[in-house]
Design a protein around this ligand. Structure first.
Ligand SMILES: [Zn+2]
Ligand SMILES: [Zn+2]
Length: 145
């Protein structure tokens, strides 16, 4: 039986396996974007958006690179469709950046003293106190944590 295509986009094989999760994350993203901001610090309103977009990139990254469950074709299709952050995923392939939360946190010019974000400091070098970076609310994404 031929598959019914609802539009002109050619979906690579395997798309139907990941579509439900991607749709779910899409819904979460909309929720995050329309969430009322009462009582939150301005920077905090962006955190859920970063979180979902990170989750989405991580989902397709893991499926392709860790679990080998989706083809390169499908993986790249997802990126082309905006289901993952190409630049962030490129960083995850580099040693030391496997868990990077967002691109901003590794940019030294955005931080005091020309260092990277506090969330990039390995847990064992930090004070006991929990930290959260102001960009995306990350609580630590150094590779050793
Ligand atoms: Zn981080
Ligand atoms: Zn971050």
């Amino acid at each position: 039986m031929p598959k019914v295509r609802t539009n002109r986009t050619q979906y690579p094989d395997g798309w139907e396996l990941i579509e439900p999760t991607l749709r779910e994350l899409d819904a979460k993203m909309k929720e995050a974007e329309t969430d009322p901001h009462d009582g939150k610090r301005k920077c905090e309103t962006l955190w859920p958006i970063f979180k979902v977009s990170h989750q989405r990139s991580r989902y397709i990254f893991d499926l392709h690179y860790k679990k080998n469950e989706i083809s390169k074709e499908l993986f790249e299709f997802c990126l082309d469709q905006g289901y993952g952050d190409k630049n962030l995923i490129a960083k995850w392939k580099k040693p030391g950046y496997e868990r990077l939360c967002c691109l901003r946190c590794m940019q030294t010019r955005d931080h005091n003293f020309g260092t990277t974000c506090v969330c990039r400091v390995p847990q064992n070098l930090k004070d006991e106190q929990a930290v959260e970076c102001v960009h995306c609310g990350c609580k630590g994404c150094a590779s050793g944590d």
